[in-house]
Write a protein that binds this ligand. Structure first.
Ligand code: ZN
Length: 130
């Protein structure tokens, strides 16, 4: 009997190798739901981080939105949460700070720190109320 059928003898080590591959496959299958859970947590965590950074889920103001509000911002006519968003934008946007300077010369100092900017707004509101 020289004909080789499907029941040839396996090369040495083949069964061991297949068993190893099967174990690795089972391990991956077991880890897969865990990996999915980790991925979901990462996505949720990222979303949460972005939202908490923005605050109240509000989008950061763009320059186009901010510039028309500078007069109301200066006179304290903006709703508190909107004024805060303008604060945040001005703290991060030299271009809009320049607009503020141009509209209200001498009333705004160039400040890098958002806390100082809030204080500046409070001062200008007090001045406007006089
Ligand atoms: Zn801007």
């Amino acid at each position: 009997m020289t004909e080789h059928g499907p029941w040839d003898e396996c090369p040495t080590g083949l069964v061991t190798k297949m068993a190893g591959q099967l174990r690795a496959k089972q391990l991956r299958a077991r880890l897969r739901p865990m990996m999915a859970a980790v991925a979901i947590l990462l996505v949720l965590g990222g979303t949460w981080a972005v939202q908490s950074k923005i605050g109240d889920g509000a989008e950061p103001l763009t320059c186009v939105e901010t510039v028309p509000m500078l007069a109301d911002y200066h006179s304290g006519n903006l709703e508190g949460s909107v004024a805060t968003r303008v604060d945040e934008h001005l703290a991060n946007c030299p271009s809009c700070r320049k607009h503020f300077e141009d509209q209200f010369p001498g009333e705004a100092r160039i400040v890098e720190d958002a806390d100082k900017l809030v204080a500046l707004r409070a001062r200008s509101v007090l001045l406007a109320a006089r």
